[in-house]
Design a protein around this ligand. Structure first.
Ligand SMILES: [Zn+2]
Ligand SMILES: [Zn+2]
Length: 273
């Protein structure tokens, strides 16, 4: 299994010198195995670059994406996903129910000049709640995660390898306990991509803004017996230097001794498991 990171930022895309190393595009990761179309995790601005990569193949696109929720930073790449200009392309998106709103209803005028239905390719949106799915060769578990609005995390397995994806997760006030759904997603995973938006000090000022501290990301990984943690969904306030300091802090935490490796998700990076 190979993971390629096209966007690792949270909340808002960023540009400038201080984001050069870690990158400024919002959440989008491609999970691939040989000979299969990739499974895409979230449709943030990184999806535009992934679309350019996929356009280079001769095959018509038939891709599945797992969407955690409809916040802008997770969907903003969708209208710029070039493969959907091919009438033979199909993008299937599994995402949580949103009480009447839908992906198609947020990508339309006046927010975007074209309705998704008017693009030549087909967008097939399917609602998914707490359940297990089979998508091509992947076994997928979807589970609800604490975050404003209905939000999912995903556990993706193929062969004996498991990746847990929890990019937006509001840490509990005690910064210790782990929600049942999160535990089911992360338990024994080889790799966890987890919300690492805040320092402890920033969290104290924003405890209800829907995110975790770096310390809590390490805590979840340790409690769930995760092999490797990648800090993900970086705050726009954090440039490369601040993220480097947060990583050094994370690696010094007592909980980090219970995790095989703690590192930072970086845009453009490919990881083989
Ligand atoms: Zn987000
Ligand atoms: Zn969110």
């Amino acid at each position: 299994m190979e993971l390629t990171f096209y966007g690792v930022r949270g909340s808002c895309p960023c540009s400038g010198e201080r984001y050069r190393r870690v990158g400024g595009n919002t959440a989008c990761t491609a999970v691939s195995v040989d000979g299969e179309p990739p499974l895409v995790l979230d449709l943030g601005t990184g999806l535009r670059t992934l679309g350019d990569v996929l356009c280079r193949t001769d095959q018509p696109l038939e891709v599945t994406a797992l969407l955690t929720h409809l916040h802008f930073d997770h969907i903003l790449g969708l209208p710029f996903f070039a493969p959907l200009h091919d009438p033979a392309a199909v993008l299937t998106v599994y995402g949580p129910p949103q009480g009447g709103a839908s992906l198609a209803s947020v990508v339309q005028p006046p927010f975007f000049p074209v309705e998704m239905a008017d693009l030549p390719g087909k967008l097939d949106v399917r609602e998914v709640a707490d359940e297990e799915l089979s998508i091509g060769p992947f076994r997928v578990l979807a589970a609800t995660v604490p975050h404003p609005g209905t939000t999912l995390g995903f556990r993706i397995g193929i062969g004996g390898t498991t990746v847990a994806y929890v990019p937006d997760h509001q840490a509990p006030p005690d910064l210790r306990t782990v929600a049942e759904g999160v535990r089911r997603l992360c338990d024994g995973a080889d790799l966890l991509l987890h919300d690492a938006q805040y320092s402890a000090e920033e969290y104290r000022a924003k405890p209800t803004w829907g995110h975790s501290t770096v310390d809590y990301a390490v805590r979840v990984a340790a409690e769930c017996g995760v092999g490797r943690l990648l800090l993900f969904h970086h705050d726009p306030l954090h440039g490369d230097r601040e993220i480097g300091a947060l990583l050094r802090h994370a690696r010094r935490l007592p909980d980090a001794r219970r995790v095989g490796d703690v590192s930072v998700a970086v845009e453009g990076m490919t990881l083989t498991l």
